[in-house]
Design a protein around this ligand. Structure first.
Ligand code: ADP
Length: 399
Protein backbone atom coordinates (compact mmCIF):
# COMPACT_ATOMS: atom_id res chain seq x y z
CA UNK A 1 0.00 0.00 0.00
CA UNK A 2 1.37 3.42 -0.91
CA UNK A 3 1.19 5.96 1.91
CA UNK A 4 1.98 9.62 1.36
CA UNK A 5 3.24 11.47 4.44
CA UNK A 6 3.09 15.24 4.50
CA UNK A 7 4.21 17.85 6.99
CA UNK A 8 2.74 21.21 6.07
CA UNK A 9 4.37 24.34 7.50
CA UNK A 10 3.34 27.94 6.95
CA UNK A 11 5.48 28.24 3.81
CA UNK A 12 6.66 24.68 3.21
CA UNK A 13 5.50 21.14 2.48
CA UNK A 14 7.76 18.21 3.41
CA UNK A 15 6.71 14.87 1.95
CA UNK A 16 7.67 11.22 1.66
CA UNK A 17 6.02 8.49 -0.35
CA UNK A 18 6.24 5.10 1.38
CA UNK A 19 5.56 1.60 0.18
CA UNK A 20 4.05 -0.08 3.24
CA UNK A 21 4.37 -2.21 5.26
CA UNK A 22 8.01 -2.52 4.07
CA UNK A 23 8.50 1.20 4.82
CA UNK A 24 10.37 1.57 1.55
CA UNK A 25 10.78 5.26 0.65
CA UNK A 26 9.96 5.74 -3.05
CA UNK A 27 10.43 9.51 -3.07
CA UNK A 28 10.82 12.40 -0.69
CA UNK A 29 11.32 16.11 -0.80
CA UNK A 30 10.52 19.55 0.42
CA UNK A 31 8.85 22.52 -1.22
CA UNK A 32 9.92 25.77 0.42
CA UNK A 33 9.02 29.45 0.10
CA UNK A 34 5.36 28.80 -0.79
CA UNK A 35 3.45 32.07 -1.14
CA UNK A 36 6.58 34.20 -0.83
CA UNK A 37 7.71 36.66 -3.46
CA UNK A 38 9.69 34.95 -6.20
CA UNK A 39 9.46 31.27 -6.92
CA UNK A 40 9.03 28.45 -4.47
CA UNK A 41 11.80 25.86 -4.56
CA UNK A 42 11.21 22.13 -4.72
CA UNK A 43 13.95 19.67 -3.79
CA UNK A 44 12.86 16.19 -4.83
CA UNK A 45 14.66 12.89 -4.34
CA UNK A 46 13.82 9.49 -5.79
CA UNK A 47 16.17 6.53 -6.05
CA UNK A 48 19.64 7.98 -6.61
CA UNK A 49 18.26 11.09 -8.26
CA UNK A 50 17.97 14.57 -6.81
CA UNK A 51 16.28 17.49 -8.55
CA UNK A 52 15.69 21.15 -7.80
CA UNK A 53 12.83 23.05 -9.41
CA UNK A 54 11.64 26.61 -9.24
CA UNK A 55 7.89 26.42 -8.84
CA UNK A 56 5.13 28.95 -9.19
CA UNK A 57 3.33 28.17 -5.92
CA UNK A 58 1.30 31.10 -4.62
CA UNK A 59 -0.43 28.75 -2.16
CA UNK A 60 -0.30 25.23 -0.71
CA UNK A 61 -2.83 23.92 -3.23
CA UNK A 62 -0.58 24.91 -6.14
CA UNK A 63 2.41 23.51 -4.28
CA UNK A 64 0.83 20.15 -3.59
CA UNK A 65 -0.40 19.91 -7.19
CA UNK A 66 3.17 20.39 -8.40
CA UNK A 67 4.55 17.81 -5.95
CA UNK A 68 1.98 15.24 -7.09
CA UNK A 69 2.79 15.94 -10.75
CA UNK A 70 6.47 15.47 -9.90
CA UNK A 71 5.64 12.07 -8.37
CA UNK A 72 3.70 10.91 -11.41
CA UNK A 73 5.52 12.28 -14.46
CA UNK A 74 8.84 12.23 -16.29
CA UNK A 75 12.14 11.13 -14.86
CA UNK A 76 11.18 12.31 -11.35
CA UNK A 77 8.06 10.13 -11.32
CA UNK A 78 7.81 6.97 -9.24
CA UNK A 79 4.14 6.07 -9.80
CA UNK A 80 1.91 6.04 -12.88
CA UNK A 81 -1.24 7.39 -11.35
CA UNK A 82 -2.29 9.14 -8.15
CA UNK A 83 -4.89 6.43 -7.58
CA UNK A 84 -2.01 4.19 -6.46
CA UNK A 85 -1.78 6.26 -3.26
CA UNK A 86 -4.26 4.87 -0.75
CA UNK A 87 -3.67 6.94 2.36
CA UNK A 88 -2.21 10.26 3.46
CA UNK A 89 -0.57 10.69 6.88
CA UNK A 90 -0.40 14.24 8.19
CA UNK A 91 1.93 15.46 10.88
CA UNK A 92 -0.15 17.67 13.17
CA UNK A 93 1.51 19.51 15.99
CA UNK A 94 -1.24 20.10 18.54
CA UNK A 95 -4.09 17.75 19.40
CA UNK A 96 -4.94 19.28 22.76
CA UNK A 97 -6.20 17.08 25.58
CA UNK A 98 -8.81 15.10 23.73
CA UNK A 99 -6.63 13.40 21.13
CA UNK A 100 -4.54 10.57 22.49
CA UNK A 101 -3.44 8.71 19.37
CA UNK A 102 -3.35 8.83 15.59
CA UNK A 103 -6.84 9.14 14.10
CA UNK A 104 -8.64 9.00 10.78
CA UNK A 105 -9.59 12.59 10.04
CA UNK A 106 -13.27 13.50 10.09
CA UNK A 107 -15.12 16.74 10.75
CA UNK A 108 -14.72 16.33 14.55
CA UNK A 109 -10.96 15.85 14.28
CA UNK A 110 -10.70 18.89 12.02
CA UNK A 111 -12.64 20.90 14.58
CA UNK A 112 -10.20 19.84 17.33
CA UNK A 113 -7.20 20.82 15.19
CA UNK A 114 -8.83 24.18 14.44
CA UNK A 115 -9.58 24.75 18.14
CA UNK A 116 -5.99 23.90 19.11
CA UNK A 117 -4.72 26.58 16.72
CA UNK A 118 -5.12 28.93 19.67
CA UNK A 119 -2.38 26.93 21.44
CA UNK A 120 -0.21 26.36 18.34
CA UNK A 121 -0.83 29.39 16.11
CA UNK A 122 2.26 28.84 13.97
CA UNK A 123 1.74 25.14 13.31
CA UNK A 124 -1.88 24.03 13.44
CA UNK A 125 -3.31 26.39 10.78
CA UNK A 126 -0.89 25.20 8.05
CA UNK A 127 -1.35 21.58 9.23
CA UNK A 128 -5.09 22.01 8.74
CA UNK A 129 -4.58 23.65 5.39
CA UNK A 130 -2.50 20.63 4.35
CA UNK A 131 -5.30 18.30 5.38
CA UNK A 132 -7.94 20.23 3.44
CA UNK A 133 -5.73 20.54 0.38
CA UNK A 134 -4.84 16.84 0.39
CA UNK A 135 -8.50 15.93 0.69
CA UNK A 136 -9.30 18.03 -2.38
CA UNK A 137 -6.43 16.70 -4.43
CA UNK A 138 -6.57 13.05 -3.28
CA UNK A 139 -10.27 12.57 -2.48
CA UNK A 140 -10.18 8.76 -2.54
CA UNK A 141 -7.47 8.51 0.13
CA UNK A 142 -7.92 7.83 3.83
CA UNK A 143 -6.57 10.90 5.63
CA UNK A 144 -4.86 10.26 8.97
CA UNK A 145 -3.53 12.75 11.52
CA UNK A 146 -0.57 11.89 13.74
CA UNK A 147 -0.08 14.35 16.57
CA UNK A 148 3.14 15.59 18.20
CA UNK A 149 1.29 15.89 21.50
CA UNK A 150 -0.35 12.43 21.51
CA UNK A 151 2.47 10.42 23.11
CA UNK A 152 2.41 12.81 26.08
CA UNK A 153 -1.28 12.24 26.90
CA UNK A 154 -0.13 10.05 29.79
CA UNK A 155 1.52 12.93 31.69
CA UNK A 156 0.16 13.01 35.22
CA UNK A 157 -1.57 16.16 36.40
CA UNK A 158 1.25 16.97 38.82
CA UNK A 159 3.60 17.13 35.82
CA UNK A 160 1.43 18.94 33.32
CA UNK A 161 -0.08 21.68 35.47
CA UNK A 162 1.63 25.03 35.92
CA UNK A 163 1.40 26.48 39.42
CA UNK A 164 -0.98 29.19 38.22
CA UNK A 165 -4.59 29.70 39.33
CA UNK A 166 -6.27 26.41 38.47
CA UNK A 167 -9.02 28.25 36.58
CA UNK A 168 -6.54 29.13 33.83
CA UNK A 169 -6.19 25.43 33.12
CA UNK A 170 -9.87 24.67 33.51
CA UNK A 171 -11.11 27.57 31.40
CA UNK A 172 -8.33 28.09 28.88
CA UNK A 173 -6.35 24.84 28.71
CA UNK A 174 -3.16 26.48 30.00
CA UNK A 175 -0.97 23.45 30.80
CA UNK A 176 2.02 21.51 29.55
CA UNK A 177 1.19 19.39 26.49
CA UNK A 178 4.65 18.39 25.25
CA UNK A 179 5.81 17.94 21.65
CA UNK A 180 8.09 15.79 19.47
CA UNK A 181 5.95 12.88 20.74
CA UNK A 182 6.27 10.90 17.51
CA UNK A 183 10.05 11.07 17.75
CA UNK A 184 10.22 10.25 21.47
CA UNK A 185 7.91 7.29 20.96
CA UNK A 186 9.81 6.02 17.92
CA UNK A 187 13.21 6.03 19.65
CA UNK A 188 11.66 4.57 22.81
CA UNK A 189 10.30 1.62 20.80
CA UNK A 190 13.73 1.15 19.19
CA UNK A 191 15.52 1.40 22.54
CA UNK A 192 13.21 -1.21 24.08
CA UNK A 193 14.00 -3.52 21.15
CA UNK A 194 17.74 -3.03 21.78
CA UNK A 195 17.21 -3.80 25.48
CA UNK A 196 15.26 -6.92 24.48
CA UNK A 197 12.23 -5.98 26.58
CA UNK A 198 8.72 -4.79 25.93
CA UNK A 199 8.45 -1.01 25.99
CA UNK A 200 5.99 -1.31 28.89
CA UNK A 201 8.84 -2.69 31.01
CA UNK A 202 11.27 0.16 30.24
CA UNK A 203 12.15 3.40 32.00
CA UNK A 204 13.88 5.69 29.53
CA UNK A 205 15.08 9.25 29.11
CA UNK A 206 14.86 10.32 25.47
CA UNK A 207 16.66 13.43 24.24
CA UNK A 208 15.48 14.86 20.91
CA UNK A 209 18.12 17.48 20.15
CA UNK A 210 17.63 19.18 16.79
CA UNK A 211 16.74 22.76 15.96
CA UNK A 212 13.89 22.23 18.39
CA UNK A 213 14.96 20.29 21.47
CA UNK A 214 13.04 18.33 24.07
CA UNK A 215 13.60 15.56 26.59
CA UNK A 216 11.08 13.06 27.90
CA UNK A 217 10.99 10.87 31.01
CA UNK A 218 9.34 7.57 30.08
CA UNK A 219 8.15 5.25 32.85
CA UNK A 220 6.92 1.81 31.89
CA UNK A 221 6.74 2.96 28.27
CA UNK A 222 4.59 6.00 29.07
CA UNK A 223 5.59 9.65 28.94
CA UNK A 224 5.50 10.97 32.53
CA UNK A 225 7.26 14.29 32.01
CA UNK A 226 8.64 16.22 29.10
CA UNK A 227 10.57 19.45 28.79
CA UNK A 228 8.42 21.33 26.27
CA UNK A 229 5.28 22.94 27.58
CA UNK A 230 2.05 24.51 26.40
CA UNK A 231 4.10 25.46 23.35
CA UNK A 232 7.44 24.19 22.02
CA UNK A 233 9.23 27.11 23.72
CA UNK A 234 9.67 25.67 27.20
CA UNK A 235 12.56 23.57 28.44
CA UNK A 236 15.94 23.14 26.78
CA UNK A 237 17.90 25.85 25.02
CA UNK A 238 17.27 25.46 21.28
CA UNK A 239 18.55 26.81 17.95
CA UNK A 240 16.64 30.08 18.18
CA UNK A 241 14.33 29.49 21.19
CA UNK A 242 15.17 30.48 24.73
CA UNK A 243 13.71 27.50 26.59
CA UNK A 244 13.17 28.01 30.34
CA UNK A 245 13.55 31.42 31.91
CA UNK A 246 12.10 33.29 34.85
CA UNK A 247 8.65 34.43 33.68
CA UNK A 248 9.25 37.70 35.50
CA UNK A 249 11.80 38.54 32.80
CA UNK A 250 8.90 38.88 30.36
CA UNK A 251 7.03 41.23 32.68
CA UNK A 252 10.21 43.24 33.13
CA UNK A 253 10.86 43.52 29.37
CA UNK A 254 7.31 44.68 28.69
CA UNK A 255 7.10 47.02 31.66
CA UNK A 256 10.30 48.79 30.67
CA UNK A 257 9.31 49.02 27.03
CA UNK A 258 12.37 46.99 25.95
CA UNK A 259 10.02 44.99 23.81
CA UNK A 260 7.06 46.80 22.27
CA UNK A 261 4.34 44.20 22.44
CA UNK A 262 3.42 40.52 22.51
CA UNK A 263 4.41 40.01 18.87
CA UNK A 264 7.91 41.36 19.47
CA UNK A 265 8.23 39.28 22.64
CA UNK A 266 7.21 36.22 20.67
CA UNK A 267 9.88 36.92 18.03
CA UNK A 268 12.51 37.54 20.70
CA UNK A 269 11.84 34.26 22.51
CA UNK A 270 11.21 32.04 19.49
CA UNK A 271 13.51 33.43 16.81
CA UNK A 272 16.28 35.53 18.31
CA UNK A 273 17.26 33.54 21.40
CA UNK A 274 18.84 30.15 22.08
CA UNK A 275 22.14 29.23 20.42
CA UNK A 276 21.69 32.08 17.92
CA UNK A 277 21.03 34.72 20.58
CA UNK A 278 23.97 33.75 22.77
CA UNK A 279 26.54 33.03 20.04
CA UNK A 280 25.64 35.93 17.74
CA UNK A 281 26.78 33.76 14.80
CA UNK A 282 23.71 31.64 14.15
CA UNK A 283 21.91 28.54 15.35
CA UNK A 284 23.87 25.81 13.60
CA UNK A 285 25.68 23.69 16.16
CA UNK A 286 28.33 22.72 13.59
CA UNK A 287 29.28 26.36 13.04
CA UNK A 288 29.40 27.01 16.78
CA UNK A 289 31.67 24.04 17.42
CA UNK A 290 33.96 25.00 14.53
CA UNK A 291 34.31 28.46 16.05
CA UNK A 292 34.32 27.76 19.76
CA UNK A 293 38.10 27.82 20.19
CA UNK A 294 38.33 31.32 18.77
CA UNK A 295 34.94 32.75 19.66
CA UNK A 296 34.01 32.88 23.38
CA UNK A 297 30.33 33.46 22.62
CA UNK A 298 30.16 30.32 20.47
CA UNK A 299 31.78 28.35 23.31
CA UNK A 300 29.37 29.84 25.84
CA UNK A 301 26.37 28.85 23.69
CA UNK A 302 27.55 25.24 23.48
CA UNK A 303 28.27 25.13 27.21
CA UNK A 304 24.86 26.56 28.08
CA UNK A 305 23.13 24.10 25.76
CA UNK A 306 24.82 21.10 27.37
CA UNK A 307 24.32 22.46 30.89
CA UNK A 308 20.56 22.56 30.34
CA UNK A 309 20.48 19.00 28.93
CA UNK A 310 22.41 17.75 31.99
CA UNK A 311 20.02 19.60 34.27
CA UNK A 312 16.99 17.82 32.78
CA UNK A 313 18.85 14.52 32.71
CA UNK A 314 19.46 14.75 36.45
CA UNK A 315 15.87 15.77 37.11
CA UNK A 316 14.45 12.91 35.07
CA UNK A 317 16.79 10.35 36.65
CA UNK A 318 15.36 11.38 40.02
CA UNK A 319 11.77 11.39 38.74
CA UNK A 320 12.12 7.87 37.38
CA UNK A 321 14.20 6.42 40.23
CA UNK A 322 15.58 3.77 37.91
CA UNK A 323 16.49 4.23 34.28
CA UNK A 324 17.12 1.48 31.71
CA UNK A 325 18.58 3.68 28.97
CA UNK A 326 19.19 7.22 27.79
CA UNK A 327 18.60 7.90 24.11
CA UNK A 328 19.99 10.67 21.90
CA UNK A 329 18.31 11.59 18.63
CA UNK A 330 17.74 14.59 16.31
CA UNK A 331 20.40 16.43 14.29
CA UNK A 332 22.53 17.24 17.35
CA UNK A 333 21.73 14.06 19.30
CA UNK A 334 22.64 11.85 16.34
CA UNK A 335 25.70 13.66 15.04
CA UNK A 336 27.28 15.80 17.69
CA UNK A 337 29.71 13.68 19.71
CA UNK A 338 31.07 16.81 21.40
CA UNK A 339 27.72 17.78 22.94
CA UNK A 340 26.99 14.15 23.91
CA UNK A 341 30.38 13.89 25.61
CA UNK A 342 29.88 17.09 27.58
CA UNK A 343 26.39 15.96 28.63
CA UNK A 344 27.44 12.48 29.77
CA UNK A 345 30.92 13.00 31.19
CA UNK A 346 31.57 12.68 34.90
CA UNK A 347 28.32 10.84 35.61
CA UNK A 348 29.89 7.54 36.71
CA UNK A 349 28.46 7.98 40.22
CA UNK A 350 25.00 8.05 38.65
CA UNK A 351 25.71 4.83 36.76
CA UNK A 352 26.60 6.33 33.39
CA UNK A 353 30.06 5.64 31.94
CA UNK A 354 30.68 7.17 28.54
CA UNK A 355 32.96 5.35 26.10
CA UNK A 356 34.70 8.39 24.59
CA UNK A 357 36.09 6.56 21.55
CA UNK A 358 32.87 4.80 20.65
CA UNK A 359 30.98 8.07 21.13
CA UNK A 360 33.31 9.93 18.82
CA UNK A 361 32.93 7.27 16.12
CA UNK A 362 29.12 7.38 16.31
CA UNK A 363 28.31 9.56 13.32
CA UNK A 364 25.39 10.23 11.01
CA UNK A 365 23.03 7.37 10.47
CA UNK A 366 24.66 5.01 12.97
CA UNK A 367 22.78 3.39 15.83
CA UNK A 368 24.33 2.00 18.98
CA UNK A 369 25.53 2.37 22.55
CA UNK A 370 28.01 5.12 23.41
CA UNK A 371 28.57 3.91 26.98
CA UNK A 372 30.93 1.17 28.13
CA UNK A 373 29.55 -2.38 28.40
CA UNK A 374 29.68 -2.13 32.22
CA UNK A 375 27.83 1.20 32.38
CA UNK A 376 24.84 0.54 34.64
CA UNK A 377 22.71 2.79 32.45
CA UNK A 378 23.46 2.51 28.73
CA UNK A 379 23.15 5.53 26.46
CA UNK A 380 22.16 4.92 22.85
CA UNK A 381 22.24 7.01 19.71
CA UNK A 382 19.16 6.19 17.64
CA UNK A 383 18.33 8.17 14.46
CA UNK A 384 14.73 9.30 14.62
CA UNK A 385 12.23 8.53 11.89
CA UNK A 386 9.14 10.63 12.45
CA UNK A 387 7.92 10.23 8.88
CA UNK A 388 8.33 6.44 9.01
CA UNK A 389 6.38 6.40 12.28
CA UNK A 390 3.61 8.52 10.71
CA UNK A 391 3.54 6.14 7.74
CA UNK A 392 3.20 3.12 10.07
CA UNK A 393 0.36 4.68 12.06
CA UNK A 394 -1.37 5.73 8.84
CA UNK A 395 -0.98 2.26 7.35
CA UNK A 396 -2.35 0.62 10.52
CA UNK A 397 -5.47 2.79 10.40
CA UNK A 398 -5.95 2.66 6.63
CA UNK A 399 -5.58 -1.07 6.17
P1 ADP B 1 15.02 20.00 12.92
O1 ADP B 1 14.72 20.12 14.39
O2 ADP B 1 14.79 21.27 12.17
O3 ADP B 1 14.47 18.75 12.28
P2 ADP B 1 17.59 18.65 12.91
O4 ADP B 1 17.08 17.53 13.76
O5 ADP B 1 18.03 18.34 11.53
O6 ADP B 1 16.60 19.88 12.87
O7 ADP B 1 18.82 19.30 13.71
C1 ADP B 1 19.48 20.42 13.27
C2 ADP B 1 20.68 20.67 14.17
O8 ADP B 1 21.57 19.54 14.10
C3 ADP B 1 21.50 21.90 13.79
O9 ADP B 1 21.85 22.64 14.94
C4 ADP B 1 22.75 21.28 13.20
O10 ADP B 1 23.85 22.10 13.39
C5 ADP B 1 22.88 20.02 14.03
N1 ADP B 1 23.81 19.09 13.37
C6 ADP B 1 23.63 18.39 12.24
N2 ADP B 1 24.75 17.68 11.95
C7 ADP B 1 25.65 17.95 12.93
C8 ADP B 1 26.99 17.53 13.21
N3 ADP B 1 27.63 16.69 12.41
N4 ADP B 1 27.58 18.02 14.32
C9 ADP B 1 26.94 18.87 15.12
N5 ADP B 1 25.70 19.29 14.93
C10 ADP B 1 25.05 18.83 13.84
Amino acid sequence: MLVFVINCGSSSIKYQLFDMPEKRVLARGVLERIGETGSAVLTHRAGDGKWNFEVDAPDHRAGLDFILRTLTTGETGVIKDLSEIKAVGHRVVHGGESIREAVVIDADVEAVIARCAELAPVHNPPNLMGIRTARDVLPACVQVAVFDTAFHHTLPKKAYLYALPLELYEQHGIRKYGFHGTSHEYVAVEAAARLGRPLSACNLITCHLGNGCSMTAIEGGRSVDTSMGMTPLQGLMMGTRSGDLDPAVLVHLLRNGWVADAAELDRLLNRKSGLAGISGIGNDMRTLEENMDANPRALLAVEMFCHRVRFYLGGYLALLGTCDAIVFTGGIGENDHIARAVVLSGLEALGITLDADVNEAMIRGRTGAITTPDSRIPAFVIPTDEEGMIASRTYDLAK
